[in-house]
Design a binder for this molecule. Structure first.
Ligand SMILES: [Zn+2]
Length: 58
């Protein structure tokens, strides 16, 4: 299964989650740090043109 990258805006921490494409479309995983999903956003996985810096400028 593919690995997806997520970012928790509350913790300001990225994390990865292994899930199926279907799961990825239907749900957002909980942040492993704060155990909440509402501040978690999807990041584009495995795209090296997107820098970490760009995603952190909120
Ligand atoms: Zn969090």
């Amino acid at each position: 299964m593919p690995v997806y990258e997520y970012f928790c805006r509350k913790c300001k921490e990225p994390f990865t989650e292994i899930m199926s494409v279907k799961q990825h479309d239907e749900q957002v995983p909980k942040c492993p740090r704060c155990q909440q999903a509402k501040e978690v956003e999807k990041r584009i996985a495995a795209v090296h043109t997107v820098t970490t810096k760009k995603w952190l400028t909120y």
